[in-house]
Design a protein around this ligand. Sequence first.
Ligand code: BES
Ligand code: MN
Ligand code: ZN
Length: 513
Amino acid sequence: MLKVTTKDPLHYDGHLLVYFAQKKGDKKLICNAKEVEKALRQPMKAGDFIGEKGQTFLFYPQQCAKGEGGVFKAKRVLVVGLGEFEGDVASCREEFRLAAGTAVTTARSLQARDALTVLPGFLKFSALGVAECVAEGLILGNYRFSKYKKENGSNENGKPLTKLTIHAGGFTNTQVEKGVALGRASALAGCAARDMANEPGNGWTPQRFADFGKKIAHNSDLKCRVLEKSDMKKLGMGGLISVNQGSALPPKLVILEYISGKKNPTLMFVGKGLTFDSGGISLKPSPGMEEMKYDMCGGAAVISAMQIVAKEKPGDVNVVALIPATDNMSGSAATRPGDIITHYNGVTSEVVNTDAEGRLILADALSYGVEKYSPDIVIDLATLTGAVIFGLGHHRTGLLSNNDELVTRIMDAGDDAGEPLWRLPLGPEYTKQLKSEVADLKNIGGKPAGTITAAAYLEHFIGKTPWAHLDIAGTAWNFTEKSYIPKGPSGIGVRTIANLIRNWYPLKKTSKG
Ligand code: BES
Ligand code: MN
Ligand code: ZN
C-alpha cells in the first residue's frame, strides 16, 4: 500500500502530486521542482501561501503555463509548507509526520484515490529519517476504521487512499527504501493497534489477542504460547483469575517469544489487555462507559509491536511480550470488594475496589515474566488510571520507573516517535498508601496520587529488574489532535517500543537508578 518509485514525478498522471516547500526568510521558498517554485511566486506575493508549517497550496497543472506548473501530468499538485525547518532531530521528525499527515488528509478531502509524494531532498537531514517519518505520516494519516459502516468505507473525512507512492526527490534511493521500510512497518503496526482498540468489547475479546499472537508467530521466528484459565489456576495467578471471575469469557495470557541468541539481552514488554472494563462490582457510572473498550490499548501496543519484530528479526536482542487479557465484568461469580487474592509471586492483596483491576492482571504477568525469562529490562504499558489524565492531559504518557537510565532511553525513544512522555516519582511514602490491615497490599491507595500508587503496586512484582511503567490512559485515545492521528485510538506506544528495540544497547548499571 506504500511503494517507492523512481519514475520522474513529471510523468505521474495520478490524482495528486505532493511536494514540500521550505520557507527561507520572507521572500523565498525552496522546493524540488523549479516549476513549482515558479507556480508559488504569485501566491507568495499575495501572502496566500508563505510556506508556513502545515500551510497548503493546491494548483491544477492543466490551467498553468508550461514554466509555471503546466508541465505536470498529475490532475492536481499540492504543496505543503515545512516552515523554516529548524529545531532538534525529534521535532524535525515530527514535522515530517505532520506534513505527510496534512498531505494525505487533504488528498482524502479531495476524494483522491492515489497520491505521489516527493521527498524534500534539498534538506540537510538524514534521507532515511525523512523517508521513515513521511511514510509513517502518510499511512497513519490515511487510517480510518469503517468496518462496521455500510457506505463502503467512507465517512465525513472521505475514503482512505488506496495507493500511496513516495519519490526520493534527490535523496539517495537506497536510504529512502530503508527508511520507508521502517516507517511502513511501524505505521502498519500502529494501525493494527488502532483496529484492535476500535473493536468493541464483543469484537476484540481475549481470544482475539490469542488468535493475533498465533497469527504473527505463524511462519516467523516468534513463538506464541497462550496460558489458559486452567494454567493460570495451576500457576497461582490470583489476580488474573480474580478479575475474570465475573465474566462469561475465559481469560488468556498471550506470550510471544523472540529469541535471537541465548547471550543477547532480553527486553520484556507487558501490555494490559482489558477488553472491556465495566468496573466489576465497583461498577463504573454509565455515561462514557462505552469508552472502556479501549482498556486493552497497552496489550494492543505490545502485541502489534511484536508484528514488527516478526518482520525485522533483530539480530542482537531477544524480545518477550506478555498480554494478560480478560474483561472486567460483574457476573454472579465476580470478585467482591474486600476479597483477598494471592498473586503469582505469593503477595496477597485485598481487593478494595474491583475497578482497580489493571494492576491485578499486570501483577501476575510481570512476576511470571520476570521469573521465567530474567529479562534485562521490563516495560509495561497500560491504560491504568484516570488520574494520569488530570496530571498530564491527553498530551503525554505518564512514565514511572526504578531506573534513571531506562527513563532516558524511553523518553528519547518516545520523542523520536512523536509520543512524548513525562516522568512521575515513586517512593516509600506513596507505597505506604497501599498498606492493608488484612493482606500484604490493598489494590487502591486513595484519591491522592492515583497514578503513582498504581505504579507502586506494580513495583512489588518486578523484583530488582530495571522496570518502567507507561500509563497511557490519556494518550491511547483522543491523543493530541494531529494531522496523522485521527479521533479515537492513537496506537500510542507502538512506535516508542519499535524505536527501543531497534536501537537497544545494554544499560550501564543494572542496579536501581
Ligand atoms: N481502565 C481504568 C483507567 C482509565 C480511566 C482509563 C479512565 C481511561 C480513562 C482503570 O481500570 C480504572 O478503572 N482505574 C480507576 C482506579 C481507581 C479505582 C483507583 C480509576 O482511574 O478511576
Ligand atoms: Mn478499572
Ligand atoms: Zn481498567
